[in-house]
Design a protein around this ligand. Structure first.
Ligand code: PLP
Length: 327
């Protein structure tokens, strides 16, 4: 590259940085990026800014709640966009229990569960969640650091390249990523379209797939549409398939006693596996779980990578979640 081309490329990059960050180029102490990466990334960010899709974060100066304060305003503002559906994120009982667990059980385990990261409180919370869903004799619960992790770990662990995953077209990004990590053949059905699901299950059967797992959000996060689980269960059973539901946007408040989309449709006993979060209605902190058939959960404990290779849920979060479920 001639020195004048290199110079003009460097100037273009510096100009982009200036546009993106409203500051002049860093003069020293910065590890140099390869020009190709620097150019591509700054171009991508520039394009996002032009398209109006570049994200900035509104900084909150209070606890999360329905009325909050933000850095850009002196007045309190009403907050309709958190998934704090039960208002438990700053509930005194939840905060108090988190603080008690922090003091009694320490800040963290510095370990994954299977090495030395399981305390009685982790087993108690898993049992409490299983009890919440019922059928404790045949079901079990496994905790993750997030529902994203639960979704990342479930498909690869349970399905092989002989199997099929049939996924709703509007499923959450974490389900899409979890499916990407697994070797099963992929089928997609139109959002909530049970006739299309039936067709895709037939295609999977025709392709000779052994296990067919259907994956759907219980409630779709972007539109709030509730998946038609009754009809989905009928089709799943017709094909001898397995039903997985991500209930992150239903747990705690949908259904007569808040047990989610399965309870809402009266089909809790027909759903094989539910993944959900402790980071929305159930206290708003962090954590996720899979609840379902004990046999499958036992395999997850042994092979699910986000569980095996990531740190245990912090005691304060365990405390907050137990209080949220109690409430
Ligand atoms: N699944 C769905 C449907 C979600 O909407 C979300 C979060 O937005 C997640 C999973 C991830 O949950 P978590 O924040 O616990 O990782």
């Amino acid at each position: 590259m001639s020195s004048s081309i290199a110079k003009s490329s460097a100037m273009r990059i510096a100009a982009r940085r200036h546009r993106l960050f409203s500051s002049t180029a860093v003069t020293g102490g910065r590890a140099q990026l390869p020009a190709a990466l620097e150019e591509r990334v700054s171009q991508t960010l520039d394009n996002m800014k032009s398209a109006g899709t570049f994200k900035t974060e509104r900084v909150i100066t209070t606890p999360q709640s329905s009325s909050i304060k933000v850095q850009t305003s002196t007045k309190p503002v009403l907050n309709f966009c958190a998934t704090n559906s039960l208002g438990l994120a700053d509930h005194p009982t939840v905060v108090q229990r988190a603080s008690e667990y922090l003091n009694k059980w320490g800040n963290g385990l510095s370990s994954v569960r299977f090495i030395c990261g399981t305390q009685t409180i982790h087993k108690d919370l898993e049992n409490q969640i299983t009890e919440f869903y019922g059928q404790q004799e045949t079901r079990d619960t496994i905790l993750y650091a997030s529902c994203f992790d639960a979704n990342a770990g479930i498909f690869e662990s349970l399905l092989t390249d002989q199997d099929a995953i049939i996924s709703d077209s509007l499923n959450h990004a974490s389900i899409i990523d979890g499916v990407r990590l697994c070797k099963a053949k992929r089928f997609r059905y139109a959002n909530g379209d049970v006739a299309d699901l039936d067709r895709q299950l037939q295609l999977a059967a025709d392709a000779g797939c052994h296990v067919k797992m259907v994956a759907t959000d219980g409630v779709f996060s972007m539109d709030g549409v509730i998946a038609p689980l009754k009809e989905i269960c009928d089709v799943v059973e017709k094909h001898g398939a397995v039903l997985f539901v991500d209930d992150a946007h239903a747990t705690g408040f949908l259904g007569p006693s808040g047990r989610g989309s399965g309870e809402y449709w009266g089909v809790m006993d027909r759903v094989h596996l539910v993944n959900s979060t402790l980071g929305k209605a159930l206290g708003g902190a962090s954590g996720g779980y899979t609840v379902g058939d004990r046999l499958l959960v036992t395999l997850l404990r042994n092979t699910s990578r986000p569980y095996l290779f990531s740190n245990t849920l912090a005691p304060s979060m365990v405390g907050a979640a137990t209080a949220a479920i109690d409430l």
